[in-house]
Design a protein around this ligand. Sequence first.
Ligand SMILES: C[S@@+](CC[C@H](N)C(=O)[O-])C[C@H]1O[C@@H](n2cnc3c(N)ncnc32)[C@H](O)[C@@H]1O
Length: 174
Amino acid sequence: MFMQFLFVLLLIIVASAAYAGHKGAPWVPTWKKDMERVKRLLDLQSGDAFVELGCGNGRVTRHLAKTTDVRHAIGVELSLLQWLVARLQSRLDGTAGKAAFVLGDAFKHDLSEYDAVYLFLMPEAYKKIVPKFEQELKPGARVVSYIWPIPGWEPTVAEQPEGASNIYLYQRPL
Ligand SMILES: C[S@@+](CC[C@H](N)C(=O)[O-])C[C@H]1O[C@@H](n2cnc3c(N)ncnc32)[C@H](O)[C@@H]1O
């Protein structure tokens, strides 16, 4: 019975990771050396609400919860294993009071309350999420995208350094 339970759990874990990889992107973390660049561009103020769409192990969300005055930092993740790791690490590093992790589909998560959004998904997913951003994000909300630009949007800042990762900042019109 226990072995059957383990087998089913393993199946769910593998299936949810494969589904997330297909829906948005497989798990590849933001480089640690880029986290301060992401933080600078997000420019989180006290009272801001932040969300990371497809947060993986929660590295970025936890870092921001720990080092900024953000009101709350939410990570949304579709892969069960990554979500569990994010929650566990958040308990271990003391960010659990400020960072929270939602198991679910980023494309269905309501974005209307957030001041700042971070995402690192595949270009196809960026294309797909644009209408949702345009419909739900509030005026002035900031969006930072890692590696790829958001199609059809003019970045406020485009960092494209030689030999390092591209990062783009966008701001919704006021
Ligand atoms: C390229 S990784 C980036 C991880 C993390 N944002 C970081 O930068 O370290 C993409 C993550 O998004 C998750 N993902 C893909 N599609 C998703 C979706 N539709 N909703 C929520 N998470 C998704 C994947 O499981 C994976 O962990």
